[in-house]
Design a protein. Structure first.
Ligand code: RIB
Ligand code: CA
Length: 331
């Protein structure tokens, strides 16, 4: 089998979930060829997010994968816009980069990774890569879609030249996770999600909250994974142990990791439907929300919407890829 060529477009994380997803994909170079990591504002501002991802790549010995800095802010949404939304329609439970300072803190261990971001920006990298490998590149978007929207704004013809788009974002038939209506990645940049989903990309697969809600990570599995002591599991412990220490019944959503597992083994998904998904871009209580469109609307695209998964298989892949023991240098 030839490896899928992918661009991993991410809003980053210390470990869960963007970094864990990247570690999973990088652990299967036989299936996935990561042409580059592009960072977008979302969970973190881009400079901080880039440091998280460079640190991860160094830890797993994959720092030959190039990393590119992308859009620092969404197309329309902004901290001021979010404040207006909250004042009028109630809280947004997580605002990611909108609540962050400009200070970039070093990753775990107190030292920045040796590899630095490439000087080319994420958008030119995305454009050049699709031009270089027409019909071969899968865009894997696990953050707000601002980088992709900007690439397609510059070159609308590229949409027909990508192999496909697989993304984590949105909610078809379940409530949102940052407002009653909206999932975080779509809420942070609804206009980008709307614009990208309106493009004639041949194959679009959505991993929204409908599927990701089904896979809570519990302490028992976390404990088993971190019992294998590696640089990666030390990072996992550093990021995720405090919540489990405070509450043994706590759970984590591992959103982006489900997208990664499917790229590695598509049989992990057990239910999906082709559905017309609409993204709400009007400024109101449901800003950034998504839903199954009941009537045809311009820009509403029918997507493959993933709905359920084989939990045992998913967590087996997750564990295998994150708890790989270090290779014995003497072997
Ligand atoms: O709503 C979940 C998504 O928002 C995940 O991609 C998470 O990493 C954040 O970006
Ligand atoms: Ca993410």
């Amino acid at each position: 089998m030839t490896a899928h060529r992918i661009i991993f477009d991410t809003d980053s994380a210390v470990f869960n979930d963007d970094a864990a997803a990247l570690a999973m994909l990088a652990g299967r170079p036989d299936v996935v060829d990561i042409l580059g990591v592009t960072v977008v504002a979302g969970n973190y501002p881009v400079p901080q997010g880039a440091e998280h991802m460079l640190h991860l790549l160094e830890l797993i010995g994959a720092d030959d994968i190039p990393l590119y800095l992308g859009a620092e802010s969404p197309l329309v949404n902004s901290p001021a816009h979010a404040a207006r939304q909250e004042a009028r329609w109630g809280p947004v439970s997580f605002k990611g980069a909108f609540d962050a300072t400009d200070r970039v803190v070093p990753p775990q261990g107190g030292r920045f990774a040796a590899a630095r971001p490439r000087t080319t920006g994420a958008v030119p990298f995305i454009i050049d890569t699709i031009d270089r490998y027409p019909h071969e590149v899968t865009l894997v978007a696990v953050g707000p879609m601002t980088n992709l929207a900007r690439a397609f704004q510059r070159r609308p013809d590229l949409a027909a030249l990508v192999k496909g788009l697989v993304f984590m974002g949105g909610n078809a038939r379940v409530p949102g996770n940052v407002t009653p209506a909206a999932e975080f990645n779509f809420w942070f940049d609804p206009e980008a999600a709307h614009a990208v989903l309106a493009m004639p990309i041949p194959d679009v697969v959505m991993f929204g909250l409908d599927i990701t809600n089904h896979a809570p990570l519990r302490k028992s599995l976390f404990d088993r994974i971190v019992a294998t002591d590696t640089p990666l599991t030390r990072l996992m412990r550093h990021d995720m142990a405090p919540r489990f220490e405070a509450d043994a019944a706590a759970t984590y959503h591992v959103w982006d990791c489900i997208t990664a597992a499917w790229l590695i083994d598509p049989s992990v998904v057990t239910a999906s439907e082709r559905l017309p998904i609409a993204v709400e871009t009007s400024f109101g209580a449901t800003y950034g929300g998504s839903s199954v469109a009941t009537a045809p609307r311009p820009g509403t695209r029918t997507l493959e919407v993933m709905l359920d998964l084989d939990l045992e298989k998913f967590f087996r892949i997750y564990e295998e890829l994150l708890a790989t023991p270090p290779t014995d240098p003497a072997a």
